[in-house]
Design a protein around this ligand. Structure first.
Ligand code: FES
Length: 379
């Protein structure tokens, strides 16, 4: 192992590859450095300053997500100066907008109380819909930041609720830029960018209008990248609903097409609140299309069929499975006997699993005796 490729982090030596940042080397070796704006695979922006570390010889703390590892570099990730800087950054971020997740007014002298209340309270009205799933809240709790040292900034821009799937709450935006990178560098849709300057900075779509009038295709990559409650799935914004816990991720495979994208359903109170792609795993590596990301309202739809229907005199009536299957077997058997098996055709669906499609073709060929089998994407 050539010494030229070694870096010291917290007193231990690690090898690095050309092009790796300090953060890359640390993460690869299980060293925790907090991040907010860092988005894997995108150009580092150094916007949030949460990943600050001490580098021997450097005049100031450096952002580890943007600093390339160099030979003989000596890095410290947990010094008092580093911790102080991270806490201050968290306080400033909490004061930059409307972050009412209770870390604002908890009593830091009572650490247990602080943690318990932050995770379980129900007393606030209008709690952020990202409550319990917010990286800023998580870091504030971890670093014991109260967030009430600075007066919170007044919201400058109205909440945008006119989009079909995404609510944009600019008052909760910390301008980390992850959504912009997700849109421009990951999905390459180029629908959003930074707009205005200084305290008026804002993430804007075309003409500073709503997403629905822009080039946005509602893939939801931005929503997945947002570490706070600035971009929220509309389904999670039910009026009068107050989150008291985080969502529970349930891993599954998207059934909209045959690609088999890996996804998490984020469930709270037995309802799906959002869907995210599983990162670092193929075939989708965290990305999803609009259908996979937002097309789950059918799960709780009151229109879902719960029993087979049999049509009689032009009207449907509920039937038992035995009756319905018996009826279908009887009719198919009669057609086959009268007109031959090729008088029957079967359409399966691209939205069911491979195994189910296999069973359908097996039934069609082996039981019905015809090769008239196809699928319909709209079924
Ligand atoms: Fe490095 Fe934000 S993660 S500056």
């Amino acid at each position: 192992m050539p010494p030229a490729n070694m870096i010291s982090i917290d007193g231990r030596e690690y090898e690095f590859m050309p092009g790796e940042t300090i953060l890359d080397v640390a993460r690869r070796n299980g060293i925790d450095i907090p991040t907010l704006c860092y988005l894997k695979g995108a150009t580092p922006t150094g916007a949030c300053r949460m990943c600050l570390v001490e580098v021997q010889g450097a005049r100031t703390l450096v952002a580890s997500c943007a600093m390339a590892a160099a030979p003989k570099m000596v890095v410290k990730t947990q010094t008092e100066q580093v911790m102080k800087a991270r806490r201050l950054n968290l306080e400033l971020l909490l004061a930059s907008g409307h972050h009412n997740c209770l870390v604002q007014d908890l009593d830091m002298d009572q650490w247990t109380d602080f943690q318990l209340r932050a995770m379980t309270t129900t007393e606030h009205l209008d709690i952020c819909p990202a409550y319990g799933d917010c990286r800023l809240q998580e870091l504030a709790i971890k670093y014991g930041v109260r967030g009430n040292r600075f007066t919170p900034a007044e919201p400058r821009y109205a909440i945008e609720t006119v989009n079909p799937f995404i609510v944009r709450d600019f008052s909760r935006c910390i301008l980390c830029g992850r959504c912009v990178q997700a849109c421009n560098e990951v999905q390459v849709n180029n629908a959003i960018s930074f707009g205005y300057r200084g305290a008026n900075s804002k993430i804007v779509a075309r003409g500073d209008g709503p997403l629905k009038g822009s080039d946005c295709v509602f893939c939801g990559e931005c929503l997945q990248a947002c570490p706070v409650g600035a971009l929220v799935s509309k389904a999670a914004m039910e009026p009068g609903k107050q989150p008291t816990t985080g969502t529970k991720p349930v891993r599954t495979t998207c059934s909209y097409c045959g690609v088999g994208c890996q996804m998490y359903l984020h469930v709270r109170d037995n309802r799906i609140e959002k869907v995210t792609g599983v990162e670092d795993v193929g075939p989708n590596y965290g990305s999803l299309c609009a259908k996979g990301r937002f097309g789950y309202d059918f799960v709780d739809s009151p229109d879902r069929l719960k029993a087979p229907l049999v049509r009689e005199n032009g009207k449907f009536r509920e039937a038992s499975w035995e009756e319905a299957l018996g009826l279908v077997a009887d009719r198919l058997g009669r057609i086959k006997a009268e007109s031959g098996p090729d008088a029957i055709g079967v359409l399966s669906s691209a939205r069911v699993t491979n195994e189910e499609n296999y069973l359908v073709q097996k039934f069609t060929r082996a039981v019905l005796g015809t090769n008239n089998i196809d699928h319909c994407a709209r079924l």
